[in-house]
Ligand binder design. Structure first.
Ligand code: NAD
Length: 412
């Protein structure tokens, strides 16, 4: 990016991070943890005198033994409990409205969201629509657009990746325009996060891999940015250490309870970290691909992460070296350059060990690249406090690197 562009971005980031953001309160959810702690929810709703909980859940959960048991107990207190299970991955505006009409019709006064990031995000916006009915969903796009508090919101993640149970954000796709956009507002931070690791035992290894790399991307992007606070730095570093020490073990054996719990905690910590300290170009690119081609978010992040870190070059070296130290990848007195390289190599090796390729292999259409790069630049610039500003033109080069055009062109 040219000097003028960089200056513009840095000024916008300075005003946001040093002046505006310190005035915003980012609460942390009340955290309930432990194997089987999902069972606490019915009593919690009853004790709070809620009349009509709205349960949004992933289909995998609804038909699982855990899901059946949970709904059975809940129905003893709320025989007419209202449920919704039609949220697609990369949730759409239409799916959110479909759920909202169901919840609104029944005058629901609490939301329990049980699923991956897609269900949690869709449920957050259902909550926002319930208390902000005059604001259409598309007008919530961006930052601080939700005026009123959500109804009680309990988030129960069934993947260890997005951290949505702790974050300020919900990511929704407009099915017509394929625009995948974030809605960010402290009102979207769940009141309660229920971290029951037993719900993760049904995850297939490929999802453990991609969602785990999603959590890593949150921690790394938050840590590399200029909006780090003492707390978010500590959370991001803890998260990276936990992911380094546990992701492969969890991938190899979803029954490994310690690895499972640690990955769930890592995902939560990374969620809190990026809520205050933002993400970066990896996410901006992943959102463009999620919207255009429905590429799963964590999988996209896993592939994109090393490419973007390489594009940051020297500007990210010091912090990458620190991450390498936290993961104990090299001798402590090794050079910064070697440490940063070791961290990058570790990400690439972890991807390889979990069957994640280095490129997308025919997903990205070459003709779409200019529009995708513009989408990513518009999302990230000027506010993402990245180590090195990249223009849409520079981002285009990353998109080109991300798919197999070279080999296809050579073959032609
Ligand atoms: P997901 O919610 O899209 O789920 C992917 C698939 O996994 C679905 O088919 C789901 O049914 C299945 N699944 C989920 N849990 C399972 C389990 N325990 N066992 C078996 N199958 C299970 O995946 P995700 O990666 O958790 O969420 C991705 C979405 O979250 C994207 O839309 C992304 O943009 C968004 N996201 C949001 C935030 C945030 O802060 N709100 C952060 C990162 C990503």
């Amino acid at each position: 990016m040219n000097l003028f562009g960089t200056l513009y971005c840095r000024t916008a980031q300075f005003i946001t991070n040093k002046i505006a953001m310190p005035m915003v309160y980012f609460p942390e959810p009340k955290k309930i943890t432990g194997s089987g702690c999902l069972a606490n929810i019915p009593a919690l709703l009853k004790d709070g005198h809620y009349l009509c909980p709205f349960v949004m859940m992933g289909k995998h959960f609804e038909h699982s033994p855990d899901g059946l048991r949970f709904l059975e107990v809940l129905k003893e207190i709320y025989p007419e409990v209202v449920t919704f299970d039609e949220v697609p991955p990369n949730p759409t505006v239409d799916a959110v409205y479909a759920a909202y009409y169901v919840a609104k019709k029944s005058n629901c006064d609490a939301i329990v969201a049980i699923g991956g990031g897609s269900v949690l995000d869709a449920a957050k916006i259902v909550g926002a629509l319930l208390t902000n009915p005059r604001r259409p969903l598309t007008k919530m796009k961006g930052v601080l657009k939700i005026r009123h508090r959500l109804p009680l919101f309990i988030a129960v993640p069934t993947t260890a990746g997005t951290g949505s149970e702790a974050t300020v954000a919900a990511v929704i796709t407009d099915s017509k325009t394929h625009d995948k956009f974030a809605i960010s507002d402290p009102h979207l931070i769940p009141k309660i996060a229920v971290l029951d690791d037993t719900l993760l035992t049904s995850l297939p290894p490929s999802l453990i891999a991609s969602t785990g790399m999603d959590a890593l991307t949150h921690a790394v992007e938050a840590y590399l940015g200029h909006a780090l606070t003492k707390k978010t730095a500590s959370y991001a570093l803890q998260s990276v250490r936990l992911i380094h020490d546990n992701l492969l073990a969890f991938y190899q054996d979803p029954k490994n309870e310690t690895a499972r719990k640690n990955m769930q905690e890592a995902s939560y910590l990374a969620g809190v970290a990026f809520t205050r300290s933002y993400v970066g170009y990896v996410h901006a690119i992943a959102h463009s691909l999620g919207g255009a081609y429905n590429v799963p978010h964590g999988y996209a992040n896993a592939i994109i992460l090393p490419h973007v870190l390489r594009a940051y070059g020297k500007k990210a070296e010091k912090k990458l070296a620190r991450l390498s130290d936290v993961a104990k990848l090299t001798a402590y007195d090794e050079s910064r350059e070697k440490k940063a390289q070791a961290f990058l190599s570790w990400i690439e090796e972890a991807n390889k060990a979990m069957g994640i390729p280095t490129q997308f292999q025919g997903v990205i259409q070459e003709k779409d690249i200019p529009a995708l790069a513009r989408h990513a630049a518009k999302e990230a610039n000027p506010f993402y406090p990245v180590p090195k500003e990249l223009s849409a033109k520079q981002l285009k080069a990353i998109y080109q690197e991300l798919d197999t055009y070279d080999s296809r062109n050579k073959a032609n």
